[in-house]
Design a protein around this ligand. Sequence first.
Ligand SMILES: [Zn+2]
Ligand SMILES: [Zn+2]
Length: 366
Amino acid sequence: MRFGAAVLRSYEEPFAVEEVMLGSGPAGGEILVRIAGCGMCRTDLAVRRSAGRSPLPAVLGHEGAGVVVETGGPDTGLSPGDHVVLSFDSCGHCRSCLGAAPAYCDRFAALNLFGGRTENAARFTDAAGGALAPRWFGQSSFAEYAMVPARNAVRVDASLPLELLGPLGCGFLTGAGAVFNSFGAGPGDTVAVFGAGAVGLAAVMAATAAGAFTVAVDRHPERLAQAEKFGAVPLDAASADLPGRVQRLTDGGARYALDTTGSGGLINDALRALRPTGHLGLVARLHTALPLEPGTLDRGRRISHICEGDAVPGLLIPRLTELWQAGLFPFDQLIRTYPLADIDEAERDCEAGRVVKPVLIPEHRT
Ligand SMILES: [Zn+2]
Ligand SMILES: [Zn+2]
C-alpha cells in the first residue's frame, strides 16, 4: 500500500512529506494502524545529532495513536476498529521483558533506535522503491499508517480524543511513570522536578495526582507558570543556592528528584536537594562524563537512570487516561496540533521551546 509519510533523508535537511510504500500486510502478531496523531519527542529530534548511528532515510515518530485497520493472525488481541496508543518496542523474550521491565529489554536500542527488526528491512520503501530504515520504535508513525507489533499497542476507550493520546506512549509515560513506578510517590512525599518540558511537566502532574508536594525547577518563566498551574511550587533554575531553597521548601530535602535536563550542574544541585536516602532519577541521555561533587551521594542518597518511566505501557497508559478523565492529568493542555505537512514548523517550535508537545495530524488522502 501507498501512503504519505514525513521522511528524514539527511541529518541537516528538513523533513519531506512524500509517498512511501509498505510491501506486505501485517505478519503474524502485527497490526496496521491508521494514525490519528503522533507526538514529537526529543528522541525524534536527537536523530539529527546521532552522528550517523541512526540509519537514514527514515520515517521517525514514536508517539502514535490511531485505529486498527487490519490484524495479522488471531493472536494480536486486537480487532479492526480498536483505538490504540503505540509505545516502544521490546522483544518479549529476554529476562527484562519476562520480568515486566520491557524498557530494559536486551534489544531495546536495536529495536527502537538503530534499525528495528531486520526481518522488516525490505518491506518499507519510498515511492521509487528505495529502501527506508526499518520502523523506528516499532512504529514510524509520522505517517498516515504504521505497521506495528501488537505487543506495543495499548487499546484505549473509543470515547477518548484519540489524536491527542500518542504522547502517552513515550514522553508523558516517561515523566508519570518515574513518579508512579520508579519512585512510588504518594501523599506526604516530596518531589523536585528539574526541567519542566513534556517529561518534567508530566512528572509534576503525576506527583500532584499522587498527593505529593512538588517543586519544579526551570529557567523559562512560561514553563514554570505551567508547572505552577499543575500544582508545583515554581523555582527559577538561576536562583542562588538552589539546593538550599528546595531543602527549605521540602522540610529538609526532597524524598525524590527527577532530572530531565542532563545538565551536570543541575544533577549535582538535585542530589544536594535530596533528603538522606533520597532518590534522584535521570531520564535524559548523558553526552559527557558526569562529575559528582564530594558529598552529593552521602547518607544513603542514590541515583539511577530511568527508561520509559519503568512502565509496562499496557498498565500505565490506561491509568493515565483514567486520571485524565478525572481531571487529574491534564496532558492535553501541553499539546499543540499541526498538520503532518507542517512538521518542520513543529520541529522549530519544539526546539525553540515555543510549544511543549507538538502533535502531528496526518491528512489521510488515502
Ligand atoms: Zn526483551
Ligand atoms: Zn520519546
